[in-house]
Design a binder for this molecule. Structure first.
Ligand code: ATP
Length: 250
């Protein structure tokens, strides 16, 4: 049977360049089918946590020095980021890195090839339809260069690519970054729909605690490389002490 937790992070320590310790014994779980919000101030180690899970840490000379990360019941240690994507773990990085010189649809074609190994548009059509169903705006702009999309549209494209991988777990790094309140609301509405309709689990890093806790089932708050508080999202959002001391919401 599939494990109850799609992701388990057990007591990891992460060090950059062999000297800068970014995570100090961090543990968390993402139950299957849930959205888990990972919150905390700048530099707490939220992005580092996502990079440790996807394996992209290695690109920045970072290393998981102890502890373990278990995805769908199997340890991730020794597996490449590419192998983890094929296994259903997709990392939407901060800053929505899309191919600016390709059209929207070409970005999706590239994603299909890179993520599934399938060539040509035939088998990909159904995948594209799914992306366009969640993001009708991308359908309108499908012939346009991705570099000319607005910040919000690029974020949609970055999340749309994740849908092509049909992942069991999406790691989302700051989807609200630089977006207007209206677009933040739109994007988070779509994130909630994808979770509800497709059962995709998500680990969501956000500065905007209010919107993140509104869509999440569970929340974790980080400080200085480890978790300081966790609990049901509703409870964290309504606890006055949590709001004042950890989320800066007074
Ligand atoms: P932010 O919201 O500002 O991105 P964060 O909670 O995501 O903050 P991280 O980016 O994970 O925090 O950074 C955690 C710590 O690790 C910080 O002290 C940061 O300076 C350090 N760090 C992050 N990336 C690197 C790197 N590539 N090399 C060295 N140190 C790094």
């Amino acid at each position: 049977p599939a494990p109850d937790n799609v992701l388990e992070i057990n007591n990891i320590e992460v060090v950059y360049n062999k000297v800068v310790q970014a995570l100090r014994g961090l543990s968390l779980v993402v139950p299957r089918g849930q959205i888990v919000a990972l919150l905390g101030s700048n530099g707490a180690g939220k992005s580092t946590t996502l990079k440790a899970v996807s394996g992209l840490l290695a690109l920045e000379r970072g290393e998981v020095e102890s502890g373990s990360i278990v995805f769908k019941g199997a340890p991730t240690a020794g597996r490449t980021p590419h192998a983890l994507v094929r296994a259903g773990l997709f990392h939407v990085m901060e800053g929505r890195r899309v191919f600016e010189d390709l059209t929207v649809e070409e970005n999706l074609v590239a994603a299909t090839y890179a993520l599934t190994g399938r060539k040509g548009a035939g088998g990909a059509k159904a995948d594209f339809d799914t992306v366009y169903e969640y993001f009708p705006r991308l359908h309108e702009r499908r012939k346009g260069l991705a570099g000319y999309l607005s910040g919000g549209e690029q974020q949609m494209l970055a999340i749309g690519r994740a849908l092509i991988a049909a992942p069991g777990l999406i790691l989302l790094d700051e989807p609200s970054l630089g977006l207007s309140p209206k677009l933040v609301e739109d994007i988070f509405g779509i994130i909630a729909r994808i979770n509800a309709e497709r059962g995709t689990s998500m680990l969501l890093v956000e500065q905007n605690a209010t919107v993140a806790l509104a869509v999440a089932h569970t929340g974790y708050i980080m400080e200085n490389g480890k978790i300081v508080i966790d609990g049901p999202a509703e409870r964290l959002a309504s606890d006055p002490d949590v709001r004042e001391f950890y989320l800066g919401m007074g």
